[in-house]
Design a protein around this ligand. Structure first.
Ligand SMILES: NC(=O)c1ccc[n+]([C@@H]2O[C@H](COP(=O)([O-])OP(=O)(O)OC[C@H]3O[C@@H](n4cnc5c(N)ncnc54)[C@H](O)[C@@H]3O)[C@@H](O)[C@H]2O)c1
Ligand SMILES: O=C(O)C(=O)C[C@@H](O)[C@H](O)[C@H](O)COP(=O)(O)O
Ligand SMILES: [Zn+2]
Length: 356
């Protein structure tokens, strides 16, 4: 078992990369003798419900698969169920699933009685490496990604990579994009390691999956601790590729292009723009693109099928922006991302019009 503690302001919690069975007593501490209210989708439950129930008695609540869960209707559904069960602040609710289940459950938990504890049991590569840690919760609104949300840190995160054995190839690769992000923003050695071991990781190597989840979570924890509520600019680097990605997801129709796929294209766009603006070399930009493409991820706008004229207006609504300036995460090279307010809208518009 690998374990790290995140100190996010006043909130302190453990992230365990371990089997669910090895965490039985930790889970039971959070349930306090009652069945654990566990939010999931029927697909994940059909695959893993029996195993999870053998570790901890659960009362499941079902939401749709993927991005469709992240809306007001399902937020209301969870809040209603929490009220019907009269959950109180001494017990936790759990989220078993991908980032969508985690984002929705985290928000419902944060709102109900002004804060229930939430335990994340991430079951996708993306959720294990990224979304279960750090306390960002959200639903989509008015066609825009994560427009309504809050920070609500978990009480415990357990990443059991054996859950990933049932994940389909497309979802697996999408999650891998966020791991590449960690190398891209601050850890060139991780990026090199992924160049060497990424193919085996994607093919199913359990040791490499654990290592990549661990490295990503450790990197994220440090950035979250330094900037819990995304104010100082440190945490904003976790948004590398995301200004483009969220616009791509919205323009495609939410749920059509997977978040990780959009992040893959978004990181290539951010790096290509950085190279054009002479912040980084064209070799580094090509290196990032090559590794993502070799990993079976999309790297061009053309592959997403979006109408590129929709992107700039969507990018203007990004949460990082203050006033008129567009705030982008750019790069000085692999492992060296930075936040920029300096890209003119006309420059970005021209870039988007002719990008691959
Ligand atoms: N809060 C954050 O910090 C953060 C970070 C990154 C992404 N996100 C959000 O996370 C979402 C994307 O999450 P995601 O990539 O995990 O996908 P997802 O949650 O949208 O969908 C996961 C899909 O995989 C299936 N699935 C889940 N676990 C499985 C398993 N073990 N075996 C088989 N099938 C399984 C689910 O049924 C579902 O269809 C986006 O909404 C994104 O905005 C949030
Ligand atoms: O935890 C963070 O901070 C991140 O930015 C992680 C991202 O991978 C994630 O997609 C996040 O949900 C994006 O947040 P948003 O603030 O851009 O909606
Ligand atoms: Zn993301």
């Amino acid at each position: 078992m690998k374990s790290l503690t995140v100190q996010a302001g006043d909130d302190r919690y453990d992230v365990l990369v371990a089997s669910l069975e090895d965490c039985r007593s930790r889970l039971r501490d959070h349930a306090r003798g009652r069945p654990l209210t566990l939010v999931t989708d029927e697909h994940v439950w059909s695959l893993h419900g029996e195993r999870v129930s053998a570790v901890i008695p659960c009362e499941p609540l079902f939401v749709p698969r993927g991005e469709d869960a992240k809306d007001f209707a399902h937020l209301q559904l969870l809040l209603t169920a929490f009220a019907e069960r009269n959950l109180d602040r001494s017990t936790a609710v759990a989220a078993l699933g991908g980032g969508a289940v985690g984002d929705l459950t985290g928000l419902a938990a944060g709102l109900f009685k002004r804060g229930l504890r939430v335990v994340h049991l991430p079951s996708t590569l993306l959720a294990q490496a990224d979304s279960a840690v750090g306390g960002k919760t959200a639903i989509d609104f008015l066609g825009q990604k994560n427009l309504v949300g809050m920070f609500h840190q978990p009480a415990l995160v357990i990443a059991d990579v054996s859950l990933l054995e049932t994940l389909d190839d497309r979802q697996l690769r999408a999650g891998y994009a966020e791991i590449v992000k960690y190398g891209g923003i601050g850890h060139e050695t991780l990026f090199e390691w992924l160049e060497d071991h990424g193919a085996a990781l994607l093919a199913g190597n359990r040791e490499y999956r654990e290592e990549a989840v661990w490295q990503s979570v450790a990197a994220k924890a440090r950035m979250v601790e330094a900037d819990v509520t995304d104010r100082s600019g440190v945490r904003a680097l976790l948004n590398f590729g995301h200004t483009f990605a969220h616009a791509i997801e919205s323009a495609a129709g939410l749920g059509q292009v997977l978040h990780g796929e959009a992040v893959s294209v978004g990181m290539v766009l951010a790096m290509t723009l950085s190279a054009e603006l002479e912040f980084c070399s064209h070799q580094d930009s090509a290196r990032l693109r090559r590794h993502l493409a070799d990993s079976g991820l999309p790297t061009t706008l053309a592959e997403t099928g979006v109408d590129r004229s929709q992107l700039l207006p969507l990018m203007r609504t990004d949460k990082k922006n203050e006033g008129a300036a567009l705030r982008l995460v750019l790069s000085r090279g692999i492992g060296d991302a930075f936040l920029s307010d300096g890209v003119e809208e006309a420059t970005l518009g021209d870039f988007l019009a002719r990008a691959d």
